[in-house]
Design a protein around this ligand. Structure first.
Ligand code: SAH
Length: 211
């Protein structure tokens, strides 16, 4: 069943306008059901946002693909993800870049994600249980940053840790019904921001969650 469902997802992604073959291949290579639990596994390849526990969600495949494509990653890049969650987005990113750093504030979610990375043999992911809005200063700068929780504004610390010529994708807006996905490009002297359209993410929350 899974392979037919996955084939349908791939067709949906192409129809949604995802054209980057490398991104499509990374999505195809990543078993989405592994990142879900219980009966949500059966819905893994549907065009749906699904719960992953602790009131958090895994975005629909088309959203993951759109954000990944917008990041324009190459295999020499060092990438930072904020909000590891289930680890699905991280697994897709890790197939495209040299090394992925991913930060999650829920230790239990992070532990489950790390187990999945191990099972999949994804050895180029380094994780940390922390408040991702502060970034990862010891590892900065990053050529690409993806934030997978909604911030009030583009987080200053992350902008500071973005390399010159770098790109950050971040959902901005605390009102669930008025959030926009922003693509932030950091030039030598200026910051360019492009609105990629309305979106819906759980909020970026400060501090580490108690286990
Ligand atoms: N990228 C995830 C989906 C993330 S849902 C996936 O592929 O499954 C958003 C995630 O961001 C949640 O797991 C939430 O706990 C985490 N999060 C929210 N605020 C955070 C913060 N300040 N630092 C790190 N992680 C955070």
């Amino acid at each position: 069943m899974t392979s037919a469902a996955k084939a349908k997802m791939m067709q949906d992604l192409r129809q949604a306008g995802i054209a980057d073959g490398v991104v499509l291949a990374a999505m195809e290579a990543t078993p989405r059901e592994m990142f879900l639990t219980g009966h949500f596994k059966a819905q893994a390849y549907e065009d749906a946002t699904l719960p992953i526990g602790h009131h958090q969600t895994l975005s629909a495949p088309a959203v993951v693909a759109k954000m990944t494509e917008a990041l324009e990653i190459t295999d020499r890049m060092k990438v930072l993800e904020i909000g590891t969650g289930s680890g699905y987005q991280a697994a897709v990113l890790a197939r495209l870049c040299r090394r992925l750093y991913s930060i999650e504030r829920h230790p239990a979610l992070l532990k489950a994600a790390e187990d999945r990375f191990r099972q999949l043999g994804l050895v180029n992911i380094t994780t940390m249980a922390s408040d991702g809005s502060l970034g990862w200063p010891e590892q900065a700068p990053f050529e690409r940053i993806m934030v997978t929780a909604a911030a009030a504004d583009v987080p200053e610390a992350l902008l500071g840790q973005l390399a010159e010529g770098g790109i950050m994708i971040v959902p901005v807006g605390l009102d669930e019904n008025d959030q926009h996905l922003l693509k932030v490009c950091k030039g030598k002297t200026d910051i360019e921001t492009e609105d990629l359209g309305p979106t819906r993410f759980v909020p970026l929350v400060a501090g580490l969650s108690s286990p």
